[in-house]
Design a protein. Structure first.
Length: 207
């Protein structure tokens, strides 16, 4: 790994570094730092805590999220909130999220998805910088902008604050973790059936 992707000092307990399913906590209290999709006044809010180096999260994004988005987000039934968490290697996860935020809110999810799709390459080669830089250039960033982005200490501190909040307030201990209207619905990857079972009763009587 290049020097610019140096180890990030993240104050996480050992258990929180597992890319396994999470336990506990409520996911309420939206903030301006949240990355969201869908109508803000939708009757149901679904919060996902995920890491861009988590293979479970990548598989969910590829296999389940498209159908979930089409059925619930695009139809105005769900306000989807994506919250960042860090799993091993934490420095790579942090760099990926910093890059996604530097790309801007309109490209944030595009970048996160691209990182998910690049996981196999990164883990197979051990070269994390090349895929991240390629993704940065795909959204119009230069080498210099990329380097500045992933070494931004202020942005890193803000990311750490969000992760600490996930651990201390939402009691998240791994990824992916999903909450539906503040209630955790499952551990690990969630199927469409699990989403349907959690969301449909909340939509009963809603137009």
């Amino acid at each position: 790994m290049r020097a610019m992707l140096k180890t990030v000092a993240v104050a996480l307990a050992a258990a929180s570094l597992l890319s396994a399913c999470a336990k506990g906590g409520a996911g309420a209290g939206l903030s301006d730092d949240d990355m969201t999709l869908g109508k803000a006044d939708a009757p149901v809010t679904v919060i996902e805590y995920a890491s861009d180096t988590c293979s479970h999260c990548a598989r969910f994004d590829k296999d389940v999220f498209p159908a979930f988005k089409a059925k619930y987000i695009d139809t105005g039934k769900v306000h989807y909130v994506f919250r960042e968490f860090l799993t091993a290697p934490e420095n790579v996860a942090a760099s990926g999220f910093l890059l996604a935020r530097c790309a801007g809110k309109d490209k944030y999810f595009q970048v996160v998805e691209a990182i998910f799709r690049s996981q196999d390459e990164m883990f197979a080669t051990g070269d994390f910088r090349t895929p991240l830089l390629r993704i940065a250039k795909s959204v119009g960033m230069t080498d210099a902008q990329f380097n500045a982005c992933v070494s931004d200490e202020k942005a890193l501190a803000a990311l750490q604050t969000r992760v600490d909040k996930a651990i201390n307030e939402a009691k998240v201990s791994g990824t992916p973790t999903f909450f539906v209207n503040g209630k955790q619905i499952a551990e690990g990857e969630v199927t469409m059936t699990q989403f349907d079972n959690a969301i449909q009763p909340l939509l009963a009587g809603k137009k």
